[in-house]
Design a protein around this ligand. Structure first.
Ligand code: PMP
Length: 449
């Protein structure tokens, strides 16, 4: 192995060195091509090497790349904030820019707490969340994350905020089926609020479609209406973590729009800049901002790189590109085709139990037995096997597993750039099917199946 001084995710494996990308394809230094079937970490929303975005970034860099937010504003940051207010539903009219999804959810948390403080209410400081969720890696965001594997090492430093089960119908935490369940998973939030005390709760945060912790888990109909009603009844704000689902990924600009529910605060990241630059945001409603505008007139948070014009220009160019090429509608339509093709693959294999998701955020859960939904033993590392095999076959897919054995299944996300064509999907499916067949063969060979 070549000497490297870079701390990579796993230190004893060799990663290919990337050379360049174009559209949905990436090319490594050995000129091997990969279909970016997961948009990296569900990020490269408009694909790689988009000229319009590169030009906007170059133009901004030629003017000025960095100014500090307490000294200047910029046309790029103002333009991006205006655009976000226009393309998102309801009164989500205010943007606070940060650099990562973790910072976005933590900012959302802080704004929610401050919203109550500005009204003289100092006891509402907790932001409840669900198990089987991921809201980020920094300590505040991790405190809200129901992701056992990522919490484990740091539990002593974390708040215990996950308080309700996930709306995971494939393996219902209550052993029920919808609609007979009467949405017990949503009602569990109200029980948690009673137990913890609504006077100590500022907000509830949820990913509208669960991403990294479970693989595109879509809640049952009526779930978010019930959640919103519970929040309103208890004077608790509702934060939608749209870091993964936002900006057209699921066939709506925000995934929560699938259920017509209005969040009070939204966290954005990933696809907001398509990966061209690190930028993320907390979008705040007029309702939440009002007491802050009347009170201290500032939000007690921020980072050196917040609202830097370089990142704002890149993100604005990405959002303009999404709009110009109707990529939100496209995500829904082409996503339906991809989903249909993935179901075909699933029907022909014994190891895929569920294909789910919306638009171009699709999840695949692996099982040892389709009828009983029995998962593979953890040591089989089934999702990792598929990811590795797909990589060998020139296809990127993304792991999704909260690490709580026996509760979450082992899943992957398939979420290519929103620009993917039908022909490119056919090639993606060809590589995926081949990878699944090879994994099945290996399992037989290893006596695991
Ligand atoms: N929220 C959600 C829903 C996410 O999927 C992620 C990243 N996977 C984050 C927050 C954290 O974002 P980042 O990695 O940019 O800090």
């Amino acid at each position: 192995m070549q000497q490297s001084y870079l701390i990579k995710p796993v230190l004893d494996i060799e990663y290919p060195t990337i050379d360049y990308g174009k559209g949905v394809y990436l090319y490594d230094k050995n000129n091997k091509d990969y279909i970016d079937g997961s948009s990296g970490a569900v990020t490269a929303s408009v694909g790689h090497g988009v000229t319009e975005v590169i030009n906007a970034m170059t133009e901004q860099a030629n003017k000025v790349s960095f100014v500090y937010r307490s000294q200047f504003t910029s046309e790029a940051a103002e333009g991006l904030a205006k655009k976000l207010s226009e393309i998102t539903p309801g009164d989500l009219n205010w943007s606070f820019f940060v650099n990562s999804g973790s910072e976005a959810t933590e900012t959302a948390m802080k704004v929610a707490i401050q919203h109550w403080q500005e009204q003289g209410i100092y006891s509402k400081t907790k932001v409840l969340s669900r198990w089987m969720s991921y809201h980020g890696i920094t300590l505040g965001a991790l405190s809200m994350s129901g992701h056992v594997a990522r919490r484990e090492r740091f539990v002593a430093l974390l708040d215990d905020l996950p308080s309700a089960s996930a709306p995971y119908c494939y393996r219902c935490p209550f052993g029920q089926t919808h609609p007979r369940c009467q949405l017990l998973c949503a009602k569990e939030l109200e029980r948690a609020i009673k137990r913890i005390g609504k006077d100590s709760i500022a907000a509830f945060i949820a990913e509208p479609i669960i991403g990294a912790a479970a693989g595109a888990v879509v809640p049952p109909e009526g779930y978010y209406a019930e959640i919103k009603a519970i929040c309103e009844r208890n004077n608790i704000l509702f934060i939608a973590d749209e870091v993964m689902t936002g900006m057209g990924r699921t066939g709506k600009m925000l995934a929560i729009e699938h259920w017509g529910v209005q969040p009070d605060i939204v966290a954005l990241g990933k696809g907001m800049s398509g990966g061209y630059t690190p930028i993320a945001a907390a979008l705040v409603s007029d309702k939440v901002m009002e007491p802050i505008l009347q009170g201290s007139k500032m939000i007690m948070s921020g980072h050196t790189f917040s609202a830097n014009p370089q990142s704002a220009a890149a993100s604005l160019a990405v959002l303009n590109y999404i709009e110009k090429h109707h990529l939100v509608d496209r995500s829904e339509k082409i996503g339906n085709y991809l989903r249909k093709e993935l179901i075909e693959v699933a029907n022909r294999t014994s190891i895929i139990g569920d294909v789910r998701g919306k638009g171009l955020m699709l999840g695949i859960e692996f099982v040892e037995n389709k009828n009983t939904k029995q998962s593979f033993a953890p040591q089989v590392k089934i999702a990792n096997r598929v990811i590795k095999k797909a990589m060998e076959n020139g296809l990127l897919v993304y792991p999704a597993n909260a690490g709580d054995e026996g509760i979450t299944g082992d899943a992957i996300l398939v979420a290519p750039p929103l620009v993917i064509t039908k022909e490119e999907i056919d090639e993606l499916i060809f590589r995926f099917k081949k990878s699944i067949e090879e994994v099945e063969k290996d399992l037989l060979h290893d006596g695991q199946s």
